[in-house]
Design a binder for this molecule. Structure first.
Ligand code: C5P
Length: 277
């Protein structure tokens, strides 16, 4: 049995560049893993099984854990089966990458359980076939992502930072949020300059998907203002929402329909997976 944590991510900035012929959007974003984690127990078995403590998580073949397993079998030709128990803590439809993280963690686990037949750069390339955010989770935790999100350039870890995630009970579907995006309204910020600013002590947080997400779920505008009034210096939606990350010295208060999670930036070291803080 191999037990691994599977971390969430936030997008410190997210710039959407253009719509592509294939329907995806070209983006540029600084991704950071945080220690809000699922825990996954893996063992090689006689048949494939996935169980989960959370009844709202699908445990059929639509789950990215199964897609990662099929991908690994197809690419390596290994005839293996996997038994998986997923302890879910990362909220879903939140923009926190929980499903993508689970898929990346599964690829890492399979490679360990099979005595490392595959190089990390191959796992990274394969993982892009099943989701745009999955390669990032095979980085060391701080990366500048481009393309449809699948191309990453690892950057130096940022200073250890503590934050709160605020997740409203209503979630958001990524395609629905992209569907409301009006590219002509976006500020033409230079993402390379935004990246550099994070390493010269003057970070600027922004997310081009906030406006379309607020169009899908107008209550989010009120929630963002409310979170700002709690004293946080930055309140920004992560990915395609509906969760916000809150930085600075604010104090969360009990809000109906909103769950708060305390978290920290985390990174992994080169040869090992993320560990529980
Ligand atoms: O790649 P992934 O399965 O995570 O993408 C889910 C959906 O999000 C896509 O089908 C697409 O509608 C949208 N998307 C996009 N541009 C991206 C990433 C995702 O339009 N860069």
């Amino acid at each position: 049995m191999l037990t691994l944590v599977s971390p969430a991510k936030i997008n410190l900035f997210l710039r959407i560049i253009r719509r592509r012929q294939d329907g995806y959007h070209e983006l540029a974003s600084l991704f950071q893993t945080i220690d809000l984690c699922d825990t996954i127990h893996f063992s090689l078995a006689n048949c494939d099984v996935l169980t989960c403590n959370d009844s709202t998580t699908p445990t059929d073949h639509s789950n990215l854990i199964f897609k990662a397993l099929s991908l690994f079998r197809r690419k390596t030709g290994l005839k293996i089966n996997l038994s998986v128990h997923l302890e879910k803590r990362i909220p879903q439809q939140a923009g926190l990458g929980g499903g993508s993280s689970n898929a990346a963690t599964t690829l890492w686990a399979l490679n360990q359980l099979c005595d490392k037949p595959v190089m990390l750069n191959e796992l990274v390339a394969w993982s892009a076939e099943i989701g745009s955010d999955i390669p990032f989770f095979l980085s060391e935790g701080t990366a500048y992502c481009t393309g449809r999100g699948e191309i990453f350039r690892q950057v130096k870890p940022l200073a250890k930072t503590s934050l709160y995630i605020a997740k409203p009970s209503q979630g958001l579907s990524t395609p629905q949020v992209y569907g409301k995006l009006d590219l002509s309204c976006l500020l033409q910020r230079d993402p390379e300059a935004a990246l550099a600013a994070f390493f010269t002590g003057c970070p600027v947080y922004f997310n081009d998907l906030e406006t379309p997400a607020f169009a899908v779920l107008p209550e989010l505008t009120i929630l963002k203002s409310h979170l700002q009034s709690l004293g946080f210096s930055e309140v920004m939606m992560s990915g395609s929402g509906s969760a916000f990350f809150c930085l600075g010295n604010g104090v969360p208060e009990s809000l109906p329909g909103v769950a708060f999670y305390h978290a920290n930036f985390i990174n992994r070291s080169t040869d090992s997976w993320y560990t529980h803080p």
